[in-house]
Design a protein around this ligand. Structure first.
Ligand SMILES: [Zn+2]
Length: 270
């Protein structure tokens, strides 16, 4: 089995069930469905409200059941192109400093709300990892690398997180909207065959543009619960910590091929 010294004993790979935005049905349908099966996920809650202790108090109980409450910014800025209005604020017209303040404000609210969760992961709103436009476009991945165990971005269909190579600050997410349970289970099994980490992205259960049907969601969770000894399902922060430790050890090993080490050093030097 690839990476058999990485994953918990008997497990072929890892799955994280993640939700974006903190919609209400995630509290009433998503989290309970996971908890009933003894599974934990990650909920990336957008911390837009000023009165976070009142607005987001439902997440305190969910965190107490072992689910990660992740950072998804306060303002949930995406590309201006997603709006019809000419004056909209979007990633094209803000600075790195603006975004940093926004993300750290969300972080302060989260630490106040769930102080027992001292480390967490981040999800890039709309999978977009940049600010600015054209020649002035800049990545904000280094900002996420500085403050979080990992960041979840987008990816290409059928590719997952290879523990050897993945940049944890921009890990691959697999969107699940409108997918059948058989498709989701197939992707999970493909990831297990490779020994990789698949991060499934959900938005709404049963409703909306980015919805996954309740039936499909429940059957996926049944599959994950029935195969716990073979498939490790855990919040993103737990899996990312394991991958981080694995990468640190692997690249320090004397038998790691020299070519790859030097390439890595060159990349790090920029
Ligand atoms: Zn979002």
């Amino acid at each position: 089995m690839p990476f058999d010294d990485l994953w918990p004993s008997g497990c072929a790979g890892a799955v994280s069930v993640t939700f974006d935005d903190g919609n209400e049905r995630q509290q009433t349908r998503g989290a309970p469905a996971l908890t009933q099966r003894g599974l934990c996920g990650t909920f990336y809650v957008t911390m837009a409200a000023q009165n976070h202790r009142t607005a987001y108090k439902g997440w305190i109980d969910i965190a107490a059941k072992g689910h990660e409450i992740g950072n998804h910014t306060c303002s949930h800025l995406c590309s201006c192109n997603f709006s019809e209005k000419p004056e909209v604020q979007g990633l094209e017209n803000v600075s790195l400093a603006y975004l940093k303040a926004d993300i750290l404000a969300a972080e302060a609210k989260l630490r106040d709300l769930v102080p027992e969760q001292k480390e967490r992961t981040f999800a890039y709103p709309c999978y977009q990892t940049w600010v600015g436009r054209g020649v002035r476009r800049q990545s904000y991945v280094p900002l996420i690398a500085t403050h979080f165990v990992a960041g979840r971005g987008g990816g290409e269909y059928g590719f997952f997180n290879n523990p050897l190579h993945i940049d944890l600050a921009c890990a691959i997410g697999t969107p699940t909207e409108r997918m059948s349970c058989t498709e989701m289970i197939g992707l999970v099994e493909l990831a297990m065959r490779r020994g990789h980490w698949i991060v499934l992205v959900f938005h709404e259960i049963g409703v909306g543009r980015l919805g996954t049907s309740e039936y499909d969601f429940q059957i996926l969770l049944d599959h994950l619960a029935d195969n716990k000894r073979r498939i490790w399902t855990a919040p993103s922060v737990e899996v990312a910590r394991k991958v981080r430790d694995y990468q640190n050890k692997f690249w320090a090993r004397p038998d790691t091929p020299i070519v790859r080490k030097s390439r890595l050093r060159k990349d790090a030097a920029g």
